[in-house]
Write a protein that binds this ligand. Structure first.
Ligand code: BG6
Length: 509
């Protein structure tokens, strides 16, 4: 009997094969902004360099600049050379830049959108982008409605059979629940749900995705991942930088809206959720939404939330300004540059386990981590002095910068005495894998071009996270000013007091 030979390399679902995007054009609104220059353009180049974009790929910049295509390509090249993750290759750049176009105009200009439609149909013909167009809105949220409306009236949001149109929306997705609902309606009226990609770049980070692998591909973690063993969970996203030149964006937004509403609540959901039925977008989102709907806010928000604002201090051996002295920040600003909150999850798995979330600018160092801190052993058959230096067991997912996982546990100190002290066992990506992790934006842009949505929060998730945050923001708005902390420290003393009241303390990563 003849044995049928199958070539595994021909299997389209083979995970070893790179996923290469099909023919398409990406339109970048806000191409002159910080995010485009530092992250998006370099990520697009890195994708091209990794062979993940087709030769037919085209990139269209849209902004209010008097640029020709060549000017745009030149500015993009400077950004790419300064920020790309993979080596710069002239031939890759030539191929990529041959598909670059620029459309000059303001977001409310009908003529500019007519011109954009011409450019795209020309690219479809000449470059072979086949009518597949993605629109990336890396612009201040106040412009979202205008741009979405112009995409509709110019006919750009509507695709012909056999082609697709997608829209990518950068955060902040709203300012509160009401504005998020309005924005969702505007976007959903023009683009069908499967073609809207709301970016939360934390979900594109390798270590964040690994959280799901660690939890659901192993047997040893899940049995202890509950209130029987876990004492509390700390999720920290600390930055050493200040607000830099982003005063216009940051003032009035603050740390809680900028980071907790999206990145930290997403990390919480992935840490707390039940195992999804499968790893498709729908199932993962369902589990995350269940977590959001079970979140309970503390009744006394004054005792269980803290916001802070940095004052002048020292960072990396240099004196740095306080927030109120930063360019473009009014002296009376009440914007939070630090926020810490306590949440609980009303479920059998998590009842009684607090989740502490904190984020801030100008903190001790740049670090993002999820620390699952376990209960102390119910009984220690040692004398009290033997275990004086023994803390709690912890499993720490190090999201960045030193990506990996640390497990902290007690071990005997060598010698004749029985002395038990904390030690750590580390897994570092760099030691175990030769490939370096792609930037989150590489992964996310590729997923949009491939039309794969698991890593993008949907409409309802965004609204649910505002539902959690709104009462806290309202409370702060009516209760005085943020507490002060010196730049380079770990936030206001009130944040330490908040945990001390629960008999706990923040980790100092
Ligand atoms: C963005 C915030 O979403 O995340 C910024 O708007 C913050 O304020 C940035 O600096 C941090 O991202 P990362 O990937 O460097 O941790």
């Amino acid at each position: 009997m003849a044995v049928q030979q199958t070539n595994p390399l021909r299997d389209l679902n083979d995970r070893r094969l790179p996923r290469v995007a099909g023919p398409c054009a990406l339109v970048l609104f806000g191409v002159t902004g910080d995010l485009s220059r530092k992250k998006l353009l370099p990520a697009i180049y890195d994708l091209a360099n990794r062979g993940l974009l087709p030769p037919t790929f085209a990139l269209v910049g849209f902004a209010r600049r008097d640029w020709a295509d060549q000017d745009f390509a030149q500015i993009a090249e400077e950004s790419v050379r300064a920020h790309c993750r993979t080596p710069f290759h002239e031939d890759v750049w030539e191929q990529l830049s041959s598909g670059m176009r620029f459309v000059a105009g303001s977001f409310d200009s009908d003529e500019a959108f007519i011109e954009l439609a011409h450019v795209l149909s020309d690219l479809d013909r000449v470059r072979g982008t086949n009518g597949n167009h993605a629109f990336y809105l890396s612009i201040p949220p106040g412009f979202f409605p205008t741009v979405i409306d112009k995409l509709r009236t110019s006919g750009l949001s509507a695709n012909d059979a056999g082609s697709w149109r997608r829209v990518i929306v950068e955060k902040p997705f709203g300012h509160d629940l009401k504005s998020a609902q309005e924005l969702n309606k505007i976007v959903d009226d023009v683009f069908p749900p499967g073609s809207v990609f709301r970016i939360d770049h934390y979900l594109g980070k390798e270590t964040v995705q690994n959280l799901l692998a660690v939890r659901f591909a192993n047997t040893m973690f899940e049995p202890i991942w509950n209130n029987k063993y876990v004492d509390h969970v700390e999720i920290t996203m600390a930055e050493d930088i200040g607000i830099g030149s982003r005063a216009g964006y940051y003032d009035g937004i603050g740390a809680a809206r900028d980071v907790i509403q999206n990145h930290l609540l997403q990390l919480l959901a992935l840490t707390a959720m039940e195992e999804p039925v499968s790893f498709n977008a729908e199932q993962i989102r369902l589990e995350k939404e269940k977590v959001f709907s079970a979140i309970k806010l503390p009744t006394d928000l004054s005792r269980h939330t803290v916001r802070g604002q940095y004052s002048a201090g020292w960072q990396g051996g240099e004196p740095v300004k306080g927030f109120l002295e930063e360019d473009g920040i009014p002296k009376t600003s009440k914007t939070d540059t630090f926020a810490a909150i306590k949440l609980e999850i009303d479920s059998r798995r998590w009842a009684g386990v607090p989740f502490y979330l904190r984020t801030g600018k100008r903190l001790g160092r740049r670090v993002t981590e999820i620390a699952v801190v376990f209960k102390r052993a119910p009984h220690l058959p040692f004398s009290a002095t033997d275990t004086e230096e023994l803390g709690s067991n912890a499993l720490v997912i190090r999201v960045q910068p030193d990506e990996g996982i640390t497990i902290k546990f007690g071990s005997k100190v060598p010698g004749t005495q029985m002395e038990v002290r904390d030690v750590t066992m580390d897994f570092a990506y760099g030691d175990s894998f030769t490939e370096s992790s792609p930037e989150a934006y590489e992964r996310l842009i590729l997923d949009v071009l491939l039309g794969e949505p698991p890593l993008f929060p949907r409409h309802r998730e965004v609204e649910m996270s505002w539902e959690i945050l709104d009462p806290i923001l309202n409370h702060w708005a009516t209760h005085g000013r943020p507490d002060t902390y010196e730049a380079g420290t770990w936030g206001p003393p009130e944040a330490d007091e908040m945990l001390a009241r629960d008999g706990r303390e923040w980790r100092r990563p």
